[in-house]
Design a protein around this ligand. Structure first.
Ligand SMILES: Nc1ncnc2c1ncn2[C@@H]1O[C@H](COP(=O)(O)OP(=O)(O)OP(=O)(O)O)[C@@H](O)[C@H]1O
Ligand SMILES: [Mg+2]
Length: 686
């Protein structure tokens, strides 16, 4: 035997336990008339037919028999993996035949170590982690877990190979990892189903040596299934099965030297509370979930992509909506909140007539405006506006722009200053003087570099004198400065340019923002009276205030934001379905892994939590990346498309919560499916 296989006995001497003489200890396993019948359609397979058997603490029993004689079936029953169809089973004084799935999982975890037919180790996982697995479900603390796993690996001669993944180990080494895993929880009973089936005779002897030592030095009861007579003779007692019944049951006495070893002390068997969901357990399950995800990085990344796209779309869309709304608000603020518009013609919102500013209507006159200024106490300033589009010519430069006819109060009403020169005066308005004030763009285009003030421009072949240049102000909805405009006295525009006294719109300034509603109704009353409208006649003018306009604009942009967010939300939903899809595939693909976890004592809840946490981790990481992408996109949009955006914290917090919810919602079904698997069937799954 290899020297490395020697069990370092002092490592297991923490709690001395009274050693048992084989065949004379208290009964550990008591089977009474056990039957197991499998029904497949109308065919009945009677795998075990009435087995009664007592195995005592400290026994070392080998089970032999032809293939299909029911050996694995009886092992599964002894190991509480399966339940008998008929008969009673008392394990360590407790009747276990009627226990629930989770109760049996707890017993497996605390009392039984398995070495499965075929090693059944977790793939792409280190030897150390494989050995630690049963302790995770028993709730052993991290430090002790490492310590004990290392001890167990050393005990089977694998010191130094702890970090090797299972596929980097030979068959014999894998079998020894499986043995180390079975003994790490200090079980009362180790069940080994053909532990040497795939090994050469020397390696097989090494593995049997470990079992013998565990049996002698730690008093662990061992039941193993084998086809080979040689292997069976390492045990003290042999049971031969035939057609689901015990055919022979005899003691082996080739182990005469074993009696001497029996006086040595044996290991501790610590009673532990069954694993419950406590914080260490949760951390452990989170770690398990992370490891599982890291094993499939590419798949995890692609699964997250759905959530990333969804979350970033929501954030970007909401930020576009909010940006639009903020810029509309800013514009409205810049126009002035105590501003009112009076326009000719009725504005019938739901109806057909939309006569606001209609050039064909003649219902608003300069006299009306003068009356408003004179008679409405809540109005401080009034200016008519007359729009026209004209070609301005200076020397050989010319420029097509909007020339607005307004009164001298226009700069005060619109809170828009003159940058150089001066605005025209009341006298200019009265005398319909040919004076003009231009915006920056016109100055730049007509007088390249020169100061426009004092220059002359021609409008419709009439010379106008430039008296001032307007300051820059705000932006129009396309994001351009409002500088491509020129102002002349409204009298001049009416008489000399347009040749008509019609007015389209007047700006009225209320004395304060609070007074806008009063002003609105007073103006309405006054104009109705002046236009001699009877009670049944509708207004032939429209008075609106900025607050109404601001509200309407707000409503529009909110609707747009909600619409965009809904569209983006659909992609989040699709991302969630993607997660569910992958998790379902993963449950099927990892059936064997789930079987191993359940068989070595994981409760259904632990498996369920693991899968649930995997999907939550996927969706939350996806969500976080999505937030980063969403913010980046929101910051890039103004530069690339020129649209204003505003990243909102609500949408960020909302996305985080939503993506976690997606993980829980879409992860729950696959997780439940995984937890509901039957351990033996899952282990048998190919
Ligand atoms: N889940 C199952 N459904 C139906 N029949 C089953 C099932 N499991 C086992 N059997 C049948 O029960 C009988 C006993 O099977 P078992 O696995 O106990 O045999 P075994 O003695 O372990 O054989 P081997 O030495 O080949 O491992 C066999 O005829 C088998 O086909
Ligand atoms: Mg078998």
């Amino acid at each position: 035997m290899s020297a490395t296989l020697a069990v370092k006995s002092q490592e297991f001497q923490t709690n001395p336990v009274v050693p048992q003489i084989p065949g004379e200890g208290p009964p550990l396993i008591q089977l009474n008339q056990i039957h197991k019948t499998y029904t497949m359609g109308d065919v009945e397979v009677r795998a075990v037919r009435g087995v009664s058997l007592t195995i005592r603490e400290g026994d070392f029993v080998a089970i032999m028999g032809a293939s299909g004689s029911g050996k694995s079936t009886i092992m599964n029953i002894i190991g509480c993996l399966d339940r008998p169809t008929r008969g009673t089973y008392i394990l360590d004084g407790q009747d276990v035949s009627g226990l629930s799935k989770d109760e049996r999982a707890d017993i497996r975890c605390q009392k039984i170590g398995f070495v499965f037919q075929g090693f059944n180790l977790l793939p792409r996982t280190s030897a150390l982690e494989n050995v630690e697995l049963p302790m995770l479900y028993l709730g052993v603390e991290g430090v002790h877990r490492d310590e004990r796993a290392l001890e167990a690996l050393a005990a089977v001669g694998l010191a130094g190979r702890e970090q090797n993944h299972t596929n980097q180990l030979s068959g014999g080494q894998q079998q020894r990892v499986a043995v180390a895993r079975s003994l790490v929880n200090n079980p009362a009973l180790i069940l080994a189903d053909e532990p040497t089936g795939n090994l050469d005779s020397r390696t097989a002897a090494e593995v049997m040596e470990i079992f013998q030592r565990l049996n002698r030095e730690r008093g662990i009861t061992i039941v193993l299934v084998t086809h080979e007579q040689d292997i069976a003779h390492y045990a003290q007692r042999v049971l031969v099965f035939k057609d689901g019944k015990i055919k022979k049951d005899y003691q082996v006495d080739t182990q005469s030297e074993a009696a001497v070893e029996l006086t040595k002390s044996s290991g501790d068997r610590v009673e532990r509370k069954p694993a419950r969901m406590n914080t260490t357990n949760l951390i452990m399950i989170i770690r398990v979930a992370f490891r599982a995800l890291l094993r499939n990085k590419m798949r995890a990344a692609l699964t997250m992509l759905g959530i990333i796209i969804g979350v970033s779309a929501v954030i970007a869309m909401v930020s576009i909506g909010q940006g639009a709304s903020a810029s509309v608000q800013a514009q409205i603020e810049s126009i002035g909140t105590n501003l009112l518009f009076v326009s000719a013609g009725a504005q019938n919102v739901g109806g057909v007539r939309t006569g606001a500013g209609d050039t064909g209507t003649n219902t608003l006159t300069v006299e009306d405006l003068e009356a408003i200024k004179r008679e409405v106490p809540s109005v401080s300033m009034v200016t008519p506006t007359v729009n026209s589009r004209q070609q301005l010519v200076s020397g050989n430069a010319n420029w097509n722009t909007s020339v607005q006819g307004v009164s001298e109060q226009y700069p005060d009403i619109r809170k828009w200053n003159v940058q150089s020169g001066e605005f025209f005066t009341e006298g200019d308005v009265r005398s319909a003087a040919r004076v003009i004030v231009v915006g920056q763009t016109i100055g730049d285009n007509l007088f390249a570099g020169m100061d426009p003030v004092g220059q002359s421009v021609r409008v419709m072949n009439l010379p106008f004198r430039v008296v001032g240049v307007m300051a820059r102000k705000g932006q129009d909805p396309q994001g351009r400065d409002q500088v491509d405009i020129a102002f002349a006295p409204y009298t001049t525009v009416q008489k000399k340019i347009l040749g008509t006294p019609r007015l389209q719109i007047a700006y009225v300034s209320a004395i304060s923002q609070d007074a806008t509603y009063t002003a609105q109704s007073q103006i309405t009353d006054l104009l109705r009276q002046r236009h001699e409208l009877s009670a049944s006649e509708a207004n032939d003018f429209t008075v609106r205030n900025m607050t109404d306009i601001a509200e309407a604009a707000n409503e529009t942009s909110n609707t747009m934001t909600i619409l965009l967010a809904c569209i983006a939300g659909v992609s989040l939903l699709v991302g969630g379905i993607g997660i569910m899809n992958i998790m379902l595939v993963s449950v099927t693909e990892r059936t064997r892994e789930i079987g191993i976890r359940l068989a070595i004592g994981a409760r259904s809840s632990a498996v369920r939590s693991q899968f649930l946490i995997e999907s939550i981790v996927l969706s939350v990481i996806g969500g976080l990346v999505g937030i980063a992408v969403g913010i980046a996109v929101s910051l890039a949009i103004p530069k690339m498309l020129g649209w204003p955006t505003l990243v909102s914290t609500t949408s960020i917090i909302g996305s985080v919560i939503f993506s976690a919810a997606v993980g829980i919602f879409f992860g729950y079904y696959p997780a439940r499916k995984a937890a509901a698997l039957d351990p033996i069937e899952a282990l048998r799954y190919e």
